[in-house]
Design a binder for this molecule. Structure first.
Ligand SMILES: Nc1ncnc2c1ncn2[C@@H]1O[C@H](COP(=O)(O)OP(=O)(O)O)[C@@H](O)[C@H]1O
Ligand SMILES: O=C(CO)[C@@H](O)[C@H](O)COP(=O)(O)O
Length: 498
């Protein structure tokens, strides 16, 4: 039997999975690493931690599985998006990586908008957000000019890890899409943008595709990890592209709803001219020539885990949610907006905070829990609405993440989105998507579509219940008013925040 490895380089940990030719996970290892948060809004990591964590995982994977290294055909990656890793001429790391959830770059975003005007959307198809990479580059250029003068190129987190494994500096395209330096429809670096911000020649590394081979392991990395130096290494993808591949979102009409710590609604797109006016992200997919549109709710599962930790830490999620199914849609007049850490889609707003609206003396803990689940789903429904408004037909939504573990929530998603919602039989997340890229790269399948047909099994389908769809339609209109109604209140409260 042959194997591939998927490496999911996340924000809090790296997870590696060993997958056989049947698509079965035969080994798994994770290693955590810290966030460095020196000031409010700052979020950094030391790239060396990613490399050390990955080596530890690979060693464990080999030891525990007993699989001979020569039977592992290939390795590929899923990466936390947008993080800036600056390299000097010799490819030494110049400073800690500045991560996707670092929000120090509001000024730089406004500068990008002022300098590029309409060209920003025409070329990158995305709005300037603090999380993206170009604003981080401009921040270093402005605040650390001596260090920036030494910067020869930049890479993203998983591309740095791949460089350390192969010795080749390349950037994979689905991840490059989140830099604001890529011409997304053309799938090529935008020289115009690089020049507009005075970035040196060669600053953007050569692009590679997700299933494209990027060499084999260096003898040094093979020695440290225990893998064979003949192991082939493939491009990989942005974590959301890998999540989509791992959920089988590789065909027109397919959409994904992921409720993890954050929440994502994502649709597969083939038309590169599709115009979302920057209201949702539009990125290159891992499938060559394809794209995806994506809306993000920053505190999705996080809102429910905050609620559980604050009000019922002694209960499991299943215990907390057990009474929720007997309540009617709307939790008897209670709405929740999930803005615990600000929001991204449809309101890119770091100041807004969450609200319960309509709280009454008759409400009990289960009403609040239901309102939180509904509020998270309404927020994701705003992304669904924006994507549909651009003319996209969504035939079914594959639901993944912690939120897909609860059948009441899956039915709620079908009723609020007004679309059949399908769970996966054996969900493995972005690491599986990464392994699938290695499987296709290794020649096991002709395409990611073929691989998805073999590796991914669907579970139950939840059909929308017409009476609930009607009730939620009315509640959604009220929910959508809460943002504007609470915006200036939150601006006023900002000075009192800890
Ligand atoms: N049994 C459950 N029922 C409903 N929601 C759950 C359950 N378990 C976890 N969750 C939700 O899923 C979230 C975690 O999802 P997960 O996909 O593991 O997130 P991540 O990988 O981003 O940490 C939690 O914050 C919680 O809101
Ligand atoms: O910023 C984005 C996408 O635009 C995030 O999806 C990060 O890529 C999240 O990484 P993890 O939380 O999955 O580590």
């Amino acid at each position: 039997m042959k194997y591939v490895i998927g490496v999911d380089l996340g924000t809090s940990s790296v997870k590696t999975v060993l997958v056989n030719q049947e698509g079965e996970i035969t080994g798994e290892a994770t290693a955590a690493y810290p966030l460095i948060q020196e000031r409010p809004g700052y979020s950094e990591q030391n790239p060396e931690e990613w490399v050390n964590g990955t080596i530890a995982c690979l060693k464990k994977l080999l030891q525990e599985s007993g699989v001979p290294p020569e039977d592992i055909d290939g390795v590929s990656f899923s990466g936390q998006m947008h993080g800036l890793v600056l390299l000097d001429e010799q490819n030494n790391v110049l400073r800690n990586a500045i991560l996707w959830n670092d929000t120090r770059t509001t000024k730089e975003c406004r500068e990008i908008e002022a300098k590029l005007g309409d060209k920003l959307l025409d070329i990158t198809r995305n709005a300037a957000l603090e999380g993206f990479t170009l604003p981080k580059i401009l921040w270093v250029q402005k605040h650390e000019p001596e260090l920036f003068a030494k910067a020869a190129r930049f890479v993203l987190p998983k591309d740095y890890l791949r460089y350390r494994m192969t010795g080749r500096v390349e950037m994979e395209i689905s991840d490059a899409a989140g830099t604001l330096l890529l011409n997304v429809p053309e799938g090529a670096w935008s020289e115009e943008i690089a020049q507009a911000f005075g970035l040196p020649e060669g600053f953007c590394p050569p692009l590679v595709g997700s299933t494209e081979e990027t060499g084999t392991l260096t003898p040094a990395f093979a020695g440290e990890s225990g893998l064979s130096p003949n192991t082939r290494v493939f491009g990989g993808g942005a974590d959301n592209a890998c999540g989509a591949v791992g959920a089988g979102i590789v065909r027109k009409g397919d959409a994904m709803c992921s409720i993890g710590t954050s929440g994502v609604v994502l649709t597969y797109e083939e038309d590169k001219s599709k115009d979302f006016a920057g209201k949702v992200h539009f990125f290159n997919h891992a499938h060559p020539g394809a794209f995806y549109a994506m809306g993000v709710t920053l505190a999705a599962g996080y809102s429910l885990s905050w609620f559980k930790e604050s009000l019922a830490p002694e209960l499991s999620f299943d215990e907390l949610l057990a009474p929720v199914g007997s309540l009617p849609p709307g939790a008897e007049g209670l709405l929740f907006t999930p803005y615990l850490v600000g929001e991204r889609t449809p309101h890119a707003d770091s100041v807004i905070r969450a609200s319960f609206i309509g709280l009454s003396g008759t409400h009990r803990r289960e009403h609040l829990a239901r309102a939180v689940m509904e509020g998270i789903t309404f927020s994701l429904a705003e992304s669904v609405e924006l994507i549909r408004a651009a003319g996209v037909t969504i035939e079914r939504i594959i639901s993944i993440g912690g939120g897909a573990k609860n059948p009441v929530w899956l039915q709620m998603q079908a009723d609020i989105f007004g679309t059949p919602v399908v769970s996966l039989k054996n969900e493995q997340g972005p690491a599986m998507g990464a392994a699938m890229m290695a499987a296709v790269g290794s020649g096991w399948f002709g395409s990611l579509k073929e691989c998805a047909d073999k590796f991914i099994g669907y579970g139950k389908t939840y059909e929308p219940i017409p009476a609930n769809v009607e009730t939620y339609g009315r509640l959604f209109k009220l929910y959508q008013q809460v943002y504007e109604a609470t915006r200036s209140l939150n601006e006023g409260l900002q000075e009192f925040r800890g």
